[in-house]
Design a protein around this ligand. Structure first.
Ligand code: ZN
Ligand code: ZN
Length: 411
């Protein structure tokens, strides 16, 4: 199958299964300028599916880096009104949002972390309505990636840009199930049904605690809120339209109890955070709060990320991914959380998804907090899965049920 056809299949998949665009609905595409050609395929696929208007929101690594290095400090202390209204307004009307994510993992290396943290804080507050609606699935959204030179060369060090990009395309097509002989839409429906089964098993146990252990030194006990709910990749908007927020997706996930996490956890993969690579993360948690944070590389970036606000130093997601997942079996470190999180069990610091609690999508922030769900403008996944990871569930009556052994699901 030629490249051209594969690209068209991928664009159609993102539009029709990812955001699942509805007739007469508007689509906002966030996309780096380097990915314009692929964005155009998505634009056509969207109009084919009956989209009323595609609105482009372009970004650029170069412009972002130059701005962080050279713009006036005051720029990072406020957020433009028109930009605020752009996101909040389209979110409010129920437009779909497709994000083509592609970035140099070290694009912001050397930038003052205080500038990044300040920009995030003001943006987080300004587009609170948009973020809120995204977290409760008030609109359909999908994040996917395509290769750009800088990213591909980081993944396949030693290759020239063309070779690296070809290899990365192959890996991405495999991860998102673009296959020569099959309809990706059908493959996705089968895949989502399998995740759904796993989710239902986990929900049936109504676990009170999850206990993690491996040879890296992770020894962590995570309490789950009463009435928590495991979720999988097949989301639904509040008005009932199915969509898939991450492509690829291999995880089942829920929310930890904000003040119920204790122990030590070691990351098993590097984390790309704010245009910097962080390696060798170790967190010590007490009553839910990260009280000690270390990294062998990028410690300053890590510390800034978990202090963006009060909630950033508490956990907001616990996700299970088998060590033998199709993505981890490729043996590629993607330096892109969208892929790396789907190759590994992970946790997130920052905000929890309200849908991970029974009735949570209709609750106010205060009600969610009271029920044990964390709130923050941050939400960052970090990978903790290893080949020897064991995860044990503890039920309300104290029974211990093995969930994962040697990195893989027992059931
Ligand atoms: Zn996740
Ligand atoms: Zn997450």
């Amino acid at each position: 199958m030629g490249m051209e056809l594969k690209l068209k299949k991928y664009a159609k998949l993102l539009v029709e299964v990812g955001v699942n665009i509805q007739k007469g609905q508007r689509l906002v595409i966030n996309c780096p300028v380097e990915c314009a050609e692929f964005a155009r395929l998505c634009i056509s696929a969207a109009y084919d599916a009956g989209c009323s208007e595609v609105v482009m929101n372009w970004s650029d690594d170069f412009a972002a880096r130059e701005k962080y290095l050279r713009a006036d400090s005051s720029v990072f202390e406020s957020y433009p009104v028109w930009q605020r209204e752009f996101l909040n307004g389209y979110a409010r009307e129920g437009a779909a949002f497709l994000k083509i994510y592609a970035s140099d993992p070290e694009n912001l290396k050397g930038v003052d972390p205080a500038r990044i943290a300040s920009a995030q804080r003001v943006a987080g507050e300004a587009v609170e309505e948009y973020r809120r609606l995204q977290m409760v699935n008030g609109f359909a959204w999908c994040i996917a990636s395509i290769p750009i030179d800088s990213w591909a060369k980081r993944v396949f060090e030693g290759d020239d840009a063309e070779n690296a990009k070809t290899k990365l395309w192959d890996a991405i097509f495999k991860a998102v199930r673009i296959d020569e002989n099959a309809d990706p839409v059908e493959l996705w429906h089968e895949h989502l049904a399998r995740l759904e089964e796993r989710k239902n098993i986990l929900n049936s146990y109504r676990f009170k605690y999850l206990k993690y252990k491996n040879a890296l030194g992770t020894d962590l006990c995570i309490e789950l809120p009463e009435n928590h709910r495991w979720e999988a990749g097949n989301d639904r908007t509040l008005s009932g339209t199915p969509f898939v927020a991450n492509m690829p997706t291999e995880e089942v996930f829920t929310a930890p109890k904000r003040d119920g996490v204790n122990g030590v956890v070691f990351a098993s993969l590097p984390l790309v955070q704010d245009g910097n690579i962080i390696e060798g993360i170790k967190f010590v948690l007490k009553d839910g709060k990260i009280v000690e944070a270390y990294a062998s590389k990028g410690e300053e970036t890590l510390r800034a990320a978990i202090s963006v606000d009060e909630g950033a130093s508490f956990l907001g997601e616990v996700a299970l991914v088998p060590y033998d997942s199709p993505i981890s079996n490729m043996g590629i470190l993607f330096y892109n959380t969208l892929f790396d999180e789907n190759a590994s069990c992970h946790l997130a610091f920052g905000e929890a998804y309200p849908s991970c609690l029974e009735g949570g999508s209709e609750m106010s922030k205060e009600e969610l907090l009271k029920a044990g769900l964390n709130d923050s403008i941050a939400h960052e996944d970090f990978m903790i899965g290893t080949a020897d990871l064991s995860v044990t569930g503890v039920t309300c009556d104290g029974k211990e049920i093995p969930i994962m052994r040697d990195g893989n699901f027992v059931f």
